[in-house]
Design a protein around this ligand. Structure first.
Ligand code: ZN
Ligand code: ZN
Length: 331
């Protein structure tokens, strides 16, 4: 996203009417006339990617973000991009009539902080001139932006079909120590990310069951190698094999023939059961049965996906597994 910096602004210091254009001119003027002290440091990065990673951390720590300014200069062999503090610029109200009180992240004046990034077109090496001295605004979490890597993480969760509520829970649960912008994530943020990553075209809930059913139909052609041991979708009757599974329960058991062999071979050493929550938007739980293989590593040998993990569901799960493995007894 680009920002427009007001073409000409007037110096915000009391009694001064000097005009300037953009953060670089402002800080020169402030330093000359108003004893403003700012810091500029030079850094270099081996690639633009490395720079972006560093920028992300920097923004998070300082609760600010630097947004690309529209102007890009292309001198020979290099590309120069300007990033200005996103609190820079002025928000222009286009509303007519009664004025509304608006909360805007734009302070009326320019901020002095900037990043001037010069990328060598041949080597890709990045030379950075970084002014980390801000002016005219506080560092308010409320106005901070999510970093690119945070947005990508949320987009990844959306691709994994997690609902906005589940994502919010996960992010808030991840809070350790100080509150960062990401912990203030809102449903609006999620909707914006969904739109900017073009994810709203992704298939939604209703179709998932249908596409899974179609996939299972294809798997049937594998015969003995079909890993789907039992599948009862929500809204279906439990059938003869199962007991105490309600009509609105999901009960899907998966065990590949290789997993069955591993369970028969190593099950006598002990069987572990593990439950994972919050991996999908349907609140289905994933129950994994593991054995310890010859290397002492846990080897998953069956999965259950269900909306419940109580004794009646687990009993049916283990009955099904037992019908396949037969007796497994400790040596
Ligand atoms: Zn001035
Ligand atoms: Zn700033």
């Amino acid at each position: 996203m680009d920002i427009e910096v007001a073409r000409y602004s007037t110096c915000p210091e009391d009694g001064c009417s000097v005009t300037f254009q953009g953060p670089l001119q402002l800080r020169n003027h402030l330093a000359l006339k108003h004893a403003f002290v700012y810091n500029v440091e030079k850094k270099s990065f081996s690639s633009f990617q490395d720079f972006t990673v560093w920028k992300d951390t920097q923004e998070k720590e300082a609760v600010v973000s630097f947004v690309q300014h529209c102007g890009i200069k292309r001198p020979q062999d290099a590309t120069v991009t300007y990033f200005y503090c996103h609190r820079s610029g002025s928000s222009v109200s286009t509303s007519v009539g009664k004025r509304q009180a608006r909360t805007s992240s734009k302070v009326g004046v320019c901020c002095t902080a900037s990043m001037i990034v010069t990328v060598d077109n041949v080597s890709g090496v990045v030379a950075l001139e970084y002014c980390d001295t801000h002016y005219g605004h506080t560092h308010d979490l409320k106005f901070a932006r999510l970093t690119q890597s945070e947005k990508e993480m949320i987009a990844g969760m959306l691709t994994g079909k997690l609902s906005a509520d589940v994502i919010l829970d996960k992010i808030r649960d991840s809070l350790q120590g100080s509150v960062e912008r990401i912990h203030l994530l809102s449903k609006q943020d999620i909707a914006n990310i969904e739109r900017s990553f073009g994810l709203n075209r992704v298939q939604r809930n209703g179709d998932d069951a249908t596409s899974v059913k179609l996939m299972f139909k294809e798997l049937e052609s594998l015969g003995d190698a079909n890993p789907v041991v039992h599948c009862k979708f929500q809204g279906e009757d439990q059938g003869e094999l199962l007991n105490n599974i309600a009509i609105d329960d999901m009960f899907l058991v998966i065990q590949h023939p290789l997993q069955l062999e591993m369970m028969k071979e190593f099950g006598s050493r002990g069987i572990c059961v593990d439950a994972s929550h919050g991996t999908n938007g349907y609140n289905f739980q994933l129950i994994t049965v593991l054995v310890i293989d010859e290397y002492g590593e846990g080897f998953p040998c069956a999965w259950l996906i269900s909306n419940r993990e109580d004794s009646s569901v687990l009993t049916e799960f283990f009955k099904l597994l037992y019908s396949r493995t037969g007796d497994i007894t400790p040596p």
